[in-house]
Design a protein around this ligand. Structure first.
Ligand SMILES: Cc1cc2nc3c(=O)[nH]c(=O)nc-3n(C[C@H](O)[C@H](O)[C@H](O)COP(=O)(O)OP(=O)(O)OC[C@H]3O[C@@H](n4cnc5c(N)ncnc54)[C@H](O)[C@@H]3O)c2cc1C
Length: 316
C-alpha cells in the first residue's frame, strides 16, 4: 500500500486534538485480533477535530472507515488502504439528562460500562447491553440487540459528525433494521441520547446476572471471536443451521468454528483474516447445500470484500 503523502500527513498533524498514526496495525483494535495495517489511524479527542479530519480526508479523496471496539469487524490481511478513525477516550462519557430519566452518552463508551452505570442510577432499558463487548457508536451502526431488545428502542436521538459539521438526528429519521442502521455513508456517531425507565437497582442487576449466565452457557468463553458470524435468517437461527450442517469444531489455519456455538468463529492460534473467511465460505456453502438458505454476514469486513461478493462490494 503506498504511504500517505507528506502533505496530507502534515495537514492532519496540524489539526488540534487529533492523534495521527501512519501505518498503524489494526489487529490490536479488534476482538478477533487479525488483519493488517491502516494507511493512517486517526484518533480525534473531540468532535471538532473529528469534523476537521473528515473534511481534510474528503478534500484529499481518501476513503475512511470507523472502528469502535472492533467486536464485529474483520480487518483484511492486506490492511485498509485509507484512514481508520478510532474515537479517543474523551468520547467515553455519560451525562444525566432531563426531564425524563435519560442519559447522553459518548459513542466511545463501552456497552457493559453503560449497562452498569445505568443500573447504578436505577435506570432500566439497557440491561441487554451488559454482555455485548462493543462501543455505543458501534452499537448504533449495528443496531445491537440481545434478549429481545435492541438499541433503537431506547434511543431518542443520535449526534453525528460528517465533513460538514456536527448534526443531531432524531431516532425516527434513521431507518433501523436487524443489525443495521441506515446512517448516512459519511457519518460518524459521536453521542446518543437514551430515554430509560426508573426501576429498582437490585432488580436491574438480577437481569444482568440472568443474561450473563445465559451467555456463559451458550457462547464460547476465553477465546477471541467477533460475535455472531451470520445474521439469523427470518424465522431461523444461523447457529442451528450451521450445527445441523455438522460444522462445529472444524478448523482452517488458526481459526475454528466454536464447538459451543456454531455461529462463532474463534481465533485459536494466531488466525489470519483469510482463515476466518475460508471458514465463512464453508459455512455459507454448507447451509446453502443443505437448506437452500443464503446466510448474510453480520460481521463487517474492513478493507476487502467477502470472497463470494463481487469486487468493490464491501460494507464501506
Ligand atoms: C463475544 C461477543 C458477543 C456479542 N454479542 C452480541 C449480541 O448479543 N448482540 C449484538 O447485537 N452484537 C453482539 N456482538 C457484536 C458486537 O459486539 C456488536 O455488534 C457491537 O455493537 C459492535 O460495536 P463495536 O464498537 O465493537 O463496533 P465495530 O465492531 O468496531 O464496528 C462495527 C460497525 O460499526 C461501525 N462503527 C463503529 N463505531 C462507529 C461510530 N462511532 N460511528 C459510525 N459507525 C461506527 C464500524 O464502521 C463497523 O461498520 C458480540 C460480539 C462478541 C465478540
Amino acid at each position: 500500500m503506498p504511504p500517505l503523502s507528506a502533505e496530507l500527513l502534515a495537514r492532519l498533524r496540524a489539526v488540534p486534538e487529533l492523534r495521527v498514526w501512519p501505518g498503524a496495525p489494526l489487529s490490536p483494535f479488534t476482538t478477533f485480533g487479525s488483519g493488517g495495517r491502516a494507511k493512517v489511524l486517526l484518533t480525534p479527542g473531540d468532535p471538532e477535530s473529528l469534523v476537521e479530519a473528515l473534511a481534510i480526508l474528503r478534500e484529499a479523496g481518501m476513503s475512511w472507515s470507523v472502528l469502535g471496539a472492533g467486536s464485529n469487524v474483520l480487518v483484511a490481511d492486506q490492511g485498509y488502504p485509507g484512514a481508520v478513525i478510532s474515537l479517543g477516550g474523551e468520547f467515553a462519557y455519560l451525562q444525566e439528562d432531563y426531564p425524563h430519566p435519560a442519559l447522553v452518552v459518548g459513542a466511545g463508551l463501552s456497552l457493559p460500562r453503560l449497562a452498569v452505570q445505568a443500573a447504578d442510577r436505577g435506570l432500566s432499558g439497557l440491561e441487554f447491553t451488559c454482555g455485548i463487548p462493543g462501543s455505543v457508536g458501534g452499537a448504533v451502526a449495528m443496531n445491537a440487540g440481545a434478549h429481545g431488545s435492541s438499541l433503537a428502542q431506547v434511543i431518542t436521538d443520535v449526534q453525528i459528525a460528517d465533513p460538514e459539521g456536527l448534526h443531531r438526528v432524531e431516532v425516527g429519521e434513521l431507518e433501523w433494521h436487524y443489525r443495521r442502521c441506515g446512517l448516512p455513508a459519511d457519518a460518524v456517531v459521536t453521542a446518543v441520547r437514551l430515554e430509560l425507565v426508573a426501576a429498582d437497582r437490585q432488580e436491574i442487576l438480577i437481569r444482568h446476572r440472568t443474561f450473563q449466565q445465559a451467555r456463559r452457557r451458550t457462547q464460547p468463553r476465553g477465546v477471541r471471536n467477533f460475535g455472531s458470524t451470520f445474521k439469523n435468517p427470518e424465522g431461523e437461527a444461523a447457529g442451528r443451521l450451521l450445527e445441523a450442517a455438522g460444522l462445529k469444531g472444524i478448523r482452517r489455519g488458526g481459526a475454528q468454528i466454536s464447538s459451543v456455538h456454531a455461529n462463532f468463529v474463534t481465533n485459536v492460534d494466531e488466525a489470519s483474516t483469510r482463515d476466518a473467511l475460508d471458514l465463512m465460505t464453508i459455512m455459507r456453502e454448507s447451509v446453502w447445500a443443505k437448506h437452500r438458505i443464503a446466510l448474510d454476514p453480520e460481521v463487517r469486513l474492513l478493507g476487502a470484500g467477502f470472497p463470494w461478493q463481487r469486487a468493490g462490494d464491501q460494507a464501506r
